[in-house]
Design a protein around this ligand. Sequence first.
Ligand code: ADP
Ligand code: ZN
Length: 298
Amino acid sequence: MPLFGALEAGGTKMVCAVGDEQGNILERISLPTRTPDETIPEMLAFYRGKNLTAMGIGCFGPVDLDPTSPTYGSILTTPKLSWRGCPIVRHFTDALGVPAGFDTDVNAAALGEATWGCTREVANSIYITVGTGVGVGVIIDGKPYHGMTHPEAGHIIVAPHPEDPMPVGVCPYHPNCLEGLASGPALERRWGRKAQELSQNPEVWTLEAYYIAQAICNYIMTLSPQRVILGGGVTHQEQMLPLVRQEVKRQLGGYLPGSALENLDSYIVPVSLHDNQGVMGAVKLAMDAASSSGVPHL
Ligand code: ADP
Ligand code: ZN
């Protein structure tokens, strides 16, 4: 049975896993993200000797996904300075001698759900994570979408609520982007406490839903996804999902009738793979890399 290495590379932790072609995760460890000099050898030690057919990497970004670029497979302008310019894919292909698939962390998570989870019966979907940052993975015709680069749809501009006590967000680049106004750190700055300690404050989640819904309405209008997945630490607040659906309905204003939007409970959904969507997507990236490099794995 062929085995695939899967890495979900995040700014705070690296989830390293081995999976099979059914998406079963057979082994999984989590390492803190320190510097590349420290963390890459630790990760390689986990994968070595496991007779892997290929690697798949879903990585925090921005990343270079252009296969014709000399810096393909590198991390670009991340605020985590020691990782800036790191040729992460090359580290793995050189050390392990196997082909590697590469994408953003959120495209990988979207792909995991689209292959084995709650979007497997639709060809076009998006995965939104609201956590330390906000990121959006986009699946078009069954494949992660890349354009000029990859989508950075966590940074779309949203209209501040007229009664928002913090109408200028925490993003250093944009005064009122979604990430700046709705990420975990934005909640903490606005309300003076960590997001997980704000469950009992309904005004927090009404405002949060207002921003997330604006973003979803914009994605609906531009990408026309057949299903929208909401994940990330902040969405552990279960009272928020119904508020988001209600607010999306209100903001759409009755436009786009007669579609999947009629039942928002099955249109805007929580993650289905229990926080394995990222590594499972990385397994699929590895499987695709093996197929396209001619490695027989089936
Ligand atoms: P990351 O984005 O770093 O990969 P997470 O998706 O867990 O990781 O996001 C971390 C953010 O989510 C933090 O800002 C934290 O405050 C927030 N968070 C974590 N758990 C909860 C919770 N139960 N309710 C609300 N916010 C949470
Ligand atoms: Zn921004």
